[in-house]
Design a protein around this ligand. Structure first.
Ligand code: FAD
Length: 495
């Protein structure tokens, strides 16, 4: 049999092919199936389980909550009869012939393709058994196992993953190394960081209070599938759902934050001793030789520890696609997409963590690699693929008008709206602040008399009102400093 004949036998064809079984890919396939039940959709994914959104709730115009579950792909196939799932890793794309190749030796031909392959963790130190990155279910299970015997870990990174982790880990000393002068800078300004910091010292309450946010369920993963391709990213509340217990007695948190540092070097104890005879690392528990690994920070401090968690973000997982095709990439290395989620390669779309929004965004929206945006982009890209197939025009979805994110840090509900950190405004803004220690932190960003962003921490109940004020761009200058005064009922504005 010739190579071409063999290829024809192994070739599948579909109008729509989606790559990736994370939230973006699954939402894209589900939306295509719902909008175009007569067309075949193939979803190719390297992960053995797929991620699905359930209990979706639109809290306000822009804020949404949903649960995320991992489930076997058979359930998607039974819900969406025109969707076929192929478990394989895509190894190459021939965009000229409209074909993707998989490691299982199959080729799949498409009319329209959507790439939703997520991101890969940036590791501070590759191939070091004591350095672990957290991305998917498998990596959490590996982390849990290693943590159970740990007395001290060093967590490196200042994003959402690190912030959740340092709060959730119990029974273990945690050194949190961050490059900024305040915690969680991606989400919080220095004031908000100071506001939530005492909770880190208090530790977790026995029972979490009311939780209005996304929930994530980690299923037991079946026997590992494709090894080298990452599984779907974890997401909201992942750390609450798994036990993160170290090897020491007691649950009291012992977190020490090292500010304005990066990791200079990660040593094994032998390497450290050989290179630095006579110098001991910063160890509160005596002899440094008891630690299997040492982390040297740029401020000169060296910590001995059992484990290093590298939570320094992800980079877009574009490799199989960019090697043979001329994709335009964003500054962060993602596949650049226009306002119709099209990449620069014909008939190829992209959504979720793998893509970089290349359109002129609404002044109140910015891309952040979040679960909610993966869902929104997945759904919108399906609509765009369909519109493109039928050569119809399509308007940008409303969800890209206003950035809105609900999360929880240190057991506080956190809501971020619009330009919550005044990004892109230079010095042309001012901030109004209302704070009650331990209870609430309300910050609004004002520009030209209008509200353009807000950070709400605690049960403020202000999210819908502020969302309206930001979207409507009303002139609020007459309120002046009184805007956040508790006696001023801004909600009256909308009655
Ligand atoms: P992914 O979920 O990464 O899915 C990618 C899919 O592509 C996977 O199924 C993978 O197996 C598949 N794939 C990859 N390469 C190939 C290939 N070559 N061939 C076939 N299939 C392939 N977001 C929030 O909003 N709030 C949070 O609190 C939050 N916390 C997080 C905590 C952690 C630990 C992590 C890692 C992320 C967190 N995020 C959070 C981010 C959020 O999880 C991601 O933005 C979102 O899941 C991205 O979805 P995605 O579908 O684009 O990619």
């Amino acid at each position: 049999m010739s190579v071409d004949e063999k290829r024809l036998i192994d070739e599948k064809t579909a109008a729509f092919v989606v790559i990736g079984g994370g939230i973006a890919g699954v939402t894209c396939a589900e939306t295509l199936s719902a909008l175009s039940p007569e067309k075949k959709v193939i979803l190719i994914t390297a992960s053995p389980l797929i991620k699905a959104v359930t209990n979706f709730q639109q809290l306000s115009k822009a804020l949404e909550t949903f649960d995320v579950v991992e489930k076997p792909s058979s359930s998607l196939q039974s819900e969406c009869s025109n969707v076929e799932i192929i478990h394989a890793s895509v190894t190459a794309l021939d965009s000229g012939k409209h074909i993707v190749e998989t490691d299982a030796g199959k080729t799949v031909k498409y009319d329209k393709l959507c790439i939703c392959t997520g991101g890969k963790p940036k590791l501070i130190c590759k191939d070091n058994p004591y350095v672990i990155g957290i991305r998917d279910t498998e990596s959490v299970q590996a982390f849990q196992k290693k943590l159970s015997g740990s007395r001290r870990i060093v967590v490196v990174g200042n994003g959402g993953i690190a912030t959740e982790l340092v709060y959730e880990v119990q029974g273990c000393e945690v050194v949190w190394a961050i490059k900024d002068d305040s915690i969680s800078t991606m989400y919080l300004d220095a004031g908000a960081a100071q506001f939530i910091l005492p909770k880190l010292k208090e530790g977790k309450p026995q029972q979490s209070g009311l939780l209005k946010r996304l929930k994530y369920t980690v299923a037991d993963s079946p026997s590992p599938g494709v090894q080298s391709t990452p599984g779907g990213a974890l997401g909201p509340d992942w750390a609450e759902k798994v036990t993160l217990k170290g090897g020491s007695q007691g649950d009291q948190p012992r977190v020490h934050v090292e500010y304005k540092v990066e990791v200079k070097e990660v040593w094994t104890a032998e390497e450290f001793n050989a290179r630095n005879p006579g110098q001991s690392e910063s160890s509160s528990s005596g002899n440094h030789e008891e630690w299997p690994v040492c982390v040297e920070l740029t401020n000169g401090v060296v910590y001995g520890c059992d484990l290093v968690v590298s939570a320094t973000g992800v980079y877009p997982n574009t490799h199989p696609f960019v090697k043979d095709n001329q994709f335009r990439l964003g500054a962060d290395g993602g596949l650049e997409v226009n306002s119709k989620m099209q990449t620069s390669v014909q008939d190829v779309f992209a959504a979720g963590d793998v893509c970089t929004a290349g359109w002129q965004p609404s002044p109140l929206w910015q891309q952040m690699r979040l679960w909610s945006q993966a869902r929104q982009m997945g759904a919108y890209s399906a609509k765009c693929m369909l519109a493109d197939l039928h050569q119809e025009d399509i308007h940008m979805d409303f969800c890209f008008e206003l950035f809105a994110h609900v999360t929880k840090f240190f057991n506080y509900k956190v809501i971020l709206l619009g330009k919550y950190n005044a990004h892109g405004l230079g010095k042309d803004y001012h901030v109004l602040l209302r704070m009650t220690e331990g209870k609430e932190y309300v910050k609004t960003v004002m520009h030209d008399g209008k509200m353009v962003g807000a950070t709400l921490i605690g049960e403020t109940d202000l999210e819908e009102t502020f969302e309206n004020l930001i979207l409507n761009q009303m002139d609020l200058s007459s309120f002046g400093e009184d805007l956040l005064y508790p006696g001023v009922d801004i909600q009256d504005f909308f009655d």
